[in-house]
Design a protein around this ligand. Structure first.
Ligand SMILES: N[C@@H](CCC(=O)N[C@@H](CS)C(=O)NCC(=O)O)C(=O)O
Length: 216
């Protein structure tokens, strides 16, 4: 199996965490999703990362790839077996891949880190500040209200819900934005626990040097 996509992408990270949790051997080509080749578009028709080729067969989209990996390598299970918990886990994955990435990815990580450092774009500090002060709190409030003090969002067990949400918070960390412990105590504890898992910890350690100047 070969995985395509730079590790800084929260979507690529989701897949890498699943690969690590399931101990699936693979190669990794950390391509960037800019000006991708016609060859790559055969693997990922929208030109996005991540994508995989497994046994010569292509698949793209992190949620699709993670679901495929679960079906192909069922153990350890990363999706709940109870129908409602399964639905809830998919909901949090979707919440991360839409609501969280819209703020953490597009308005904070991209504007503070990727644009200025890698794409020669000016750093609009006021816009980033407003995303942190105005857009993040409602998202944090929601997650705080969904946590029951355990280190997992659904069914008391680590799942794709935590992989999706935890992945987005790695980008927040790389951008040097923390969670206020006093205001969101359960969320702070939860994110710390998810990021302490060996699967996440290894990736964070690998990525951190690239973003050291922003994460202070
Ligand atoms: N729904 C997709 C989203 C993937 C995505 O948006 N990846 C970004 C990088 S973080 C990308 O490839 N952007 C380039 C583009 O949109 O052309 C997934 O879950 O894989």
């Amino acid at each position: 199996m070969k995985l395509y996509g730079a590790g800084a992408s929260p979507f690529v990270r989701k897949v890498r965490v699943v690969l690590a949790e399931k101990n699936i051997k693979h190669e990794h080509d950390p391509i960037l999703p800019f000006n991708v080749s016609a060859e790559y578009k055969k693997i990922s028709p929208l030109g996005k990362i991540p994508a995989i080729v497994d046994d010569g067969k292509p698949l793209s989209d992190s949620s699709v790839i993670c679901a495929y990996l679960e079906r192909k390598h069922p153990q350890p299970a990363l999706y709940p077996s109870d129908p409602y918990e399964f639905g809830r886990a998919l909901w949090f994955e979707e919440y991360a891949d839409s609501a969280l990435v819209n703020v953490i990815g597009a308005k904070i990580f991209f504007k503070k880190v990727i644009g200025p450092a890698f794409l020669n774009q000016p750093y609009d500090e006021a816009a980033v500040r407003s995303a942190i002060d105005d857009d993040l709190p409602p998202l944090f409030d929601y997650l705080e209200g969904q946590l029951d003090g355990k280190d997992a969002l659904v069914g008391g067990r680590f799942s794709i819900a935590d992989i999706g949400v935890g992945s987005q918070f790695v980008n927040l960390r790389h951008a040097g934005v923390g969670v206020d412990t006093k205001r969101w105590p359960k969320l702070t504890r939860y994110i710390a626990a998810v990021h302490e898992r060996p699967s996440f910890k290894t990736l964070i350690a690998e990525e951190a040097p690239t973003f050291a100047q922003f994460s202070k």
